[in-house]
Unconditional design. Structure first.
Length: 281
């Protein structure tokens, strides 16, 4: 549940087509709506949750938006000066993970008591929804061979590139396809990791009244989930992250003047929106 909320947050900031500012102003509503997919809170729990959201949004606007703005500005510089390297891309990914860690560190002291106050029926609501999503993922990928997975990834990345550059050329689609064929296989390990994460999350909720244990487990699951992954899986993910960075570098070299102008304009507008949101007290 919590990870989907942060994905929702970054989606509002980075992938909306209309206005980042408008999306951010409705973020409190969006978070409430997302939570309702998993559990129906009591009036007392809802009141406490509303206080957390209000406090979170103030903190996030004042403290975190400048970090996003600065990272995007750095990304713009690396892209336009063509100085990005696979290692620098790894640094960008690490910075993005740090954003998540700070958010959880901020909300955890107030959020965990609410989670601990969930009734058995509410816990069951959460677990039923999470297990449903897990099963849907398994069914989505069941029976797909490597060629189909590569085709899906080709389409997804080409679409994302088009959103930032206007259109993806045949040459760029070829670069994407080549990169996808060179990626190390991680699907089975990813599904296994998700199963283990959900299993430990379920056990944590069942022992939510044991404060020390519950706090420790939630830190593990939300901040250090890589500890649940096998070494082979972690190594493959790191290598694929480097390969993805190499693909971005190759794509950047093929940008036409029109594409680069489109990209720069879109990124500049996002940086400007983040700056204005930060200053709008």
């Amino acid at each position: 549940m919590s990870k989907k909320l942060i994905i929702l947050l970054f989606s509002c900031l980075l992938f909306v087509g209309c206005s980042t500012k408008i999306s951010y102003f409705f973020l409190d509503w969006a978070i409430e709506w997302e939570v309702e997919e998993y559990v129906e809170l009591t009036s007392d729990q809802q009141d406490k949750f509303d206080v957390i959201i209000e406090s979170f949004l103030v903190w996030h606007r004042e403290q975190e938006l400048p970090r996003y703005r600065d990272q995007l500005s750095l990304l713009s510089t690396l892209t336009n000066q063509q100085t990005m390297t696979p290692e620098l891309w790894l640094n960008q990914v690490s910075m993005a993970k740090a954003h998540w860690h700070r958010i959880f560190d901020f909300v955890m002291p107030e959020l965990l008591p609410i989670m601990a106050s969930l009734s058995d029926e509410q816990v069951n609501q959460v677990l039923v929804q999470l297990k449903k999503e897990q099963q849907e993922l398994i069914e989505e990928y069941a029976g797909k061979d490597q060629a189909e997975l590569i085709k899906d990834s080709d389409k997804r990345i080409a679409k994302q590139l088009s959103e930032w550059t206007g259109d993806a050329t045949d040459e760029q689609k070829s670069i994407i396809h080549q990169a996808n064929t060179e990626r190390l296989a991680t699907l089975d390990m990813w599904l296994e990791y998700r199963h283990e994460w959900l299993s430990q999350f379920e056990q944590a909720l069942k022992r939510r009244q044991q404060t020390d244990y519950f706090t420790q487990q939630m830190k593990l699951l939300m901040i250090s989930p890589d500890e649940l992954k096998s070494k082979v899986y972690r190594d493959n993910v790191d290598e694929n992250t480097r390969k993805f960075g190499s693909m971005l570098i190759a794509l950047n070299k093929t940008f036409s003047q029109k594409q680069r102008k489109y990209f720069d304009k879109k990124l500049a507008e996002l940086v400007e929106d983040l700056t204005e949101l930060h200053l709008d007290k």
